[in-house]
Design a protein around this ligand. Structure first.
Ligand code: ZN
Length: 291
């Protein structure tokens, strides 16, 4: 496979001011689609924020029109076949056969990284505007708080690929199971307002106030003692696991890879013949925004 053509050397921007570090997903021309270049850069940026004692709170945001349009399924910088220096204790996927290749890659780059980011001992806030689709949900969900602008929407259209939702399957924790079924079966957009109603989002604010609200909240949290915040977060994360988050994701990940393997066994690719264009068309044409 041809080497990826990266449009930037900085797929994640890093800034620090007033004890708040800002991590900006920076592939705006592609809706900040997550290639491996970006997820490894994001992992490194989180590491940098954890290591720096001056950082009290971390804000994750997207450059351009959208927070995040999901995993990279077809930009020139798509790099899923490439080897990278790994951050988990999983072996390199790039030279492996059959279903092992994607299984090893997604253990490392999706489940492994998302769990690392969820357990960062400092408070994290996702500042969401525009689209938050599929893999984008994973980034928002692993943050502690989600502040959304009133134009934001959330969507997991991955069932269209014959796959039961994105890899970090927190749907039944973020939404109740009946709403999660609606969200997945229809694959339609959920407005920020409804996501707020369902408890997935902490606050919805007008677009022009999103930044001010997010940073005001971050500044208040930054006044709290580091250990108090870290311990509180650990307690709540462990309780989420006791409520089934970890086991649910492990279970869903097995089905997720049955689906990828099934798609491939039928002679196609892992995502049921879909690509960037077909998914974009279906997401638009498939209508409606669920309220
Ligand atoms: Zn997958």
């Amino acid at each position: 496979m041809a080497a990826p053509l990266y449009e930037t050397d900085e797929p994640v921007l890093y800034a620090l001011a007033d004890g708040i570090s800002t991590l900006t997903l920076n592939r705006p021309q592609f809706g900040n689609a997550q290639n491996s270049q970006m997820t490894y850069a994001l992992d490194a940026a989180f590491r940098r924020a954890v290591d720096d004692d001056a950082v009290r709170v971390i804000v994750l945001r997207g450059a351009g029109k959208h927070f995040n349009a999901g995993h990279d399924i077809g930009t020139p910088g798509q790099d899923g076949d490439q080897p990278f220096p790994r951050v988990q204790l999983w072996w390199d996927h790039s030279d492996k056969p059959g279903a092992e290749k994607l299984y090893a890659r997604e253990q490392e780059i999706y489940i492994g990284m998302c769990r690392r980011w969820h357990d960062i001992p400092k408070p994290t806030i996702a500042m969401v505007h525009g689209a938050c689709i599929a893999g984008g949900l994973m980034l928002a969900w692993v943050c502690d708080l989600i502040i959304a602008s009133d134009d934001a929407f959330f969507q997991d259209p991955v069932v269209r690929m014959g796959v039961p939702g994105v890899e970090y399957f927190a749907h039944a924790q973020e939404l109740n199971p009946r709403i999660a079924k609606e969200f997945l079966f229809l694959g339609e957009r959920m407005s920020a307002e409804r996501a707020h109603m369902m408890g997935m989002v902490n606050r919805v604010v007008p677009r022009d106030q999103l930044e001010a609200e997010t940073y005001a909240m971050a500044a208040r949290i930054a006044q709290q003692p580091r250990m108090g915040l870290a311990l509180t977060k650990q307690v709540l994360n462990r309780i989420e696991e006791l409520q089934g988050l970890r086991a649910g994701i492990d279970l869903a990940f097995g089905y997720h890879h049955l689906a990828h393997a099934h798609n491939q066994a039928q002679g196609g690719d892992a995502i049921g013949g879909q690509d960037l264009r077909s998914m974009a068309a279906a997401n638009k044409g498939g209508g409606g925004q669920t309220r």
